[in-house]
Design a binder for this molecule. Structure first.
Ligand code: PRP
Length: 207
């Protein structure tokens, strides 16, 4: 266990929020290395640009790109999602920060920390496709496909998860706990009220 987790856990074990460790930092690190190796093997000799979706995704992203042994480029997109009646996801996404450079002719990988309904990445995929890249693939650390709405093809997946609500390694609960090095399950009983209120909002409890 990493020092930073230990320090946090001293308080957090008493906390009413965090449950068990779902993926310890060591397991995450191994998985990120495997994904980086796979991307390295697949993209040799190509003009690869990896795109991170702010905010939580940057933790996974910065580890992933450092495990890729190629001359790559990186860029960032900021987005916000509109929710519909009863906070149901609409799939309508507003770009709050666009890419800095053209992606024409480049090989793109969209990197996400988690894909749930798939609506966000589906929107991004279509948006980026219209900018004439050579190719686009999707990479996610966590794939929670039980609530998938959009029909998407994910080429690189770290871990498949079920209904669990998770925090840590970039994933937040009300904007907190992103800086934990491991990924934890939230204690559902303690956050049940929130979940009932927002379960069709974003899985990471988008504010
Ligand atoms: C998360 C994640 C994806 C999106 C996936 O971001 O990084 O962008 O949700 O959900 P979907 O598949 O249902 O569209 P979030 O909105 O939590 O923002 P954050 O990264 O700032 O926490």
């Amino acid at each position: 266990m990493e020092n930073s987790d230990y320090i946090n856990l001293k308080n957090l074990t008493k906390s009413t929020i965090l449950g068990r460790v779902l993926f310890p930092s060591s397991e995450i690190n191994n998985k990120v290395s495997q994904l980086g190796k796979a991307i390295t093997e697949d993209y040799g000799g190509r003009d690869l640009l990896l795109i991170s979706v702010l905010r939580g995704g940057v933790f996974f992203f910065t580890d992933l790109v450092r495990s890729i042994d190629l001359e790559i480029s990186i860029d960032f997109m900021g987005i916000s999602t509109y929710l519909g009646i009863n906070s149901t996801p609409t799939g309508i996404v507003k770009i709050t920060k666009d890419l800095e450079e053209s992606i024409e002719g480049k090989d793109i990988i969209i990197v996400e920390d988690i894909i749930d309904t798939g609506l966000t990445v589906s929107y991004l995929y279509r948006n980026l496709k219209s900018r004439y890249p050579n190719s686009i693939e999707i990479c996610t650390l966590l794939d929670r496909n039980v609530r998938r709405i959009a029909n998407i093809k994910i080429k690189y997946i770290g871990f498949a998860i079920g209904e669990e609500y998770v925090v840590g390694y970039g994933l937040d609960y009300k904007q907190k706990y992103r800086n934990l090095e491991s990924i934890y399950e939230l204690k559902l009983d303690m956050v049940k009220k929130d979940i009932e209120t927002i379960q069709w909002k974003h899985p990471q409890f988008r504010d």
